[in-house]
Design a protein around this ligand. Structure first.
Ligand code: G3P
Ligand code: MG
Length: 248
């Protein structure tokens, strides 16, 4: 029998690994986040054409790599040759698109807690949710703190639940839907992750009263971060790792 899940994630989460300080969704970003005192990182995971889970936010390669067009049209061998660092700065030239597996190994080796955002390429929601959850279960086997899986895609969340029911899940939304409690229950989630612009003290109270955690993305103003943490939210995502510092 599995022990009940206990929420012990840090309150401060480095968005896309290292926020604005490093190329998003890379191993370099995770290192920068750690350097700034962040003990938890969020990153986005999708599948290559041949089913390898990699870190990448957009459907297309153009913004964050020197590749072009849809990521879903490339095998991993092609993605592995891309430069995912030069778009950010010369310092990171040649930084690769990492596999989810490499990132998981790095996170476990360094004690970094993870929020794995399942970000499927169009039309691959169930396949991606299942693959990422299965991998996460294997890669964090025996870990004291499992990764928090989240997605805007409820199809991906449902597939993740089916593949790895014991891993904690969060439903990602922008605005708070009227039926949020029903959706969290339906997907067996432990948390609701919303756009901080839609947070109010009443939302925080209602989510907590229902027995769930509330995480907010993406806060880049230190005063707003203090306000939201003062309301008792469970975690905030930020790009501003230098300005918004986790408690020591
Ligand atoms: O998971 C929080 C946040 O990352 C969701 O939005 O577009 O930055 O992946 P996005
Ligand atoms: Mg994300």
């Amino acid at each position: 029998m599995t022990a009940p899940f206990s929420w012990t994630y840090p309150t401060h989460i480095a968005h896309r690994g290292g926020g604005r300080l490093a190329p998003e969704n890379t191993l370099a970003a995770l290192r920068v986040g750690r350097h700034h005192g962040y003990r938890m990182a969020e990153f986005d995971v999708k599948l290559s054409r041949d089913g390898v889970a990699v870190l990448l936010h957009d459907d297309d390669l153009d913004r964050t790599t020197n590749g072009h067009g849809p990521a879903a049209a490339r095998d991993y061998a092609e993605l592995a040759r891309l430069d995912a660092g030069s778009w950010h700065s010369a310092e990171y030239a040649g930084e690769p698109v990492p596999t989810f597996e490499a990132v998981a190994r790095h996170a476990r080796a360094t004690g970094l807690a993870c929020n794995v955002e399942i970000k499927p390429c169009p039309g691959r929601d169930a396949e991606t949710g299942e693959a990422v959850a299965r991998l996460a279960q294997r890669l964090w086997s025996g870990a004291a703190l499992p990764p928090l899986l989240s997605s805007f895609s409820e199809t991906a969340l449902a597939a993740a639940r089916h593949a790895a029911p014991d891993l904690p899940r969060a439903l990602l939304v922008d605005a708070v839907p009227a039926d949020w409690a029903e959706r969290l229950r339906q997907h067996g989630c432990v948390a609701l992750n919303i756009n901080h612009k839609n947070a109010t003290p009443q939302v925080v109270q209602a989510v907590h009263d229902a027995g769930y955690r509330l995480c907010l993305w993406t806060i880049n103003d230190p005063e707003r971060a203090s306000q939201l943490l003062g309301w008792g939210v469970d975690a905030i995502f930020t790009d501003e790792l230098a300005a918004i510092r986790p408690a020591a």
